[in-house]
Design a binder for this molecule. Structure first.
Ligand SMILES: Nc1ncnc2c1ncn2[C@@H]1O[C@H](COP(=O)(O)OP(=O)(O)O)[C@@H](O)[C@H]1O
Ligand SMILES: [Mg+2]
Length: 243
């Protein structure tokens, strides 16, 4: 049991952006291993490569060097279509700016990922409703984004991210647009999801938000410069940890 397969295994990942003749090395040799049901915060100054890393982890973007195994599958040389499939099945993404469809109700927003997975209408409804209940928004399913508070919008976004039961929840500054009290509510929700077994990787530059995670990874200039807190190596080792 000493080598449980990690959920995420990244080795020497590099991502360079080219704008005209200028090159920005956003990731320069990142190694990271994350096991199922870890709760990781990624910290670092603006421009340190946090979002670039999240986008690669979420298969929204591809590294140009190194390898990324997700659930034992090498994503590095996948086609756009294969990446989209992985994204839809395995990844839930939450953004600072919520990214909801303004003209659609909370329920329809949460249903969207299910439409792409060809799930029948009645089942979609049920799954979307269940996800909204899970994030505490059972009473707001017919509301449109402009009829919801910031915290409620982010809960809708979390429900949408979870509706496909992804193996990985990624959140890039999920509380960046929220006041302290509302942020606290979202962090309580993440705690609940973590306790229910969800794997979470969250970017934040706020220390008190990062302190809610079980493990903190710090980035600087496209590299990981520290990695603190329990890493989940084997199930035996983690019994009773953080519960
Ligand atoms: N789409 C892009 N095109 C060109 N450069 C980018 C792009 N996205 C990010 N960068 C650059 O890559 C570096 C890392 O950015 P980013 O990953 O967004 O950092 P963070 O999320 O930590 O603020 C920065 O120098 C940024 O300007
Ligand atoms: Mg960013």
């Amino acid at each position: 049991m000493s080598d449980v397969k990690p959920l995420i295994e990244i080795r020497q990942l590099e991502r360079t952006y080219a704008i005209g003749a200028e090159k920005v090395r956003a990731l320069r040799g990142v190694d990271l291993t994350v096991h199922s049901n870890e709760y990781v915060a990624v910290m670092g100054h603006s421009g340190s490569g946090k979002s670039t890393l999240m986008n690669v982890l979420g298969c929204l973007d591809r590294a140009d060097r190194g390898t990324y195994y997700l659930n034992g599958i090498n994503t590095t040389r996948m086609s756009e279509g294969q990446l989209a499939h992985i994204r839809n099945r395995q990844i839930g993404f939450v953004f600072q700016s919520f990214e909801l469809m303004g003209r659609l109700s909370a329920l329809k927003n949460v249903e969207l990922p299910l439409i792409y997975s060809n799930i029948p209408f009645w089942k979609r409804r049920r799954m979307a409703k269940d996800a909204l209940v899970r994030v505490g928004l059972g009473g707001r399913i017919g509301h449109k984004p402009n009829q919801l508070s910031g915290g409620e919008k982010q809960r809708v976004a979390v429900a949408r991210a979870l509706v496909n039961q992804p193996s990985l929840l990624l959140a890039d500054e999920p509380t960046g647009n929220l006041d302290t009290t509302t942020s606290d509510g979202i962090m309580q929700l993440f705690e609940q999801l973590y306790e229910e077994g969800q794997t979470i990787i969250m970017v934040t530059h706020e220390a008190d938000i990062a302190a809610r995670a079980r493990r903190v990874v710090r980035m600087r200039d496209g590299q990981i410069v520290s990695d603190e807190g329990p890493t989940r190596q084997t199930p035996q080792q983690t019994e009773g940890v953080g519960r």
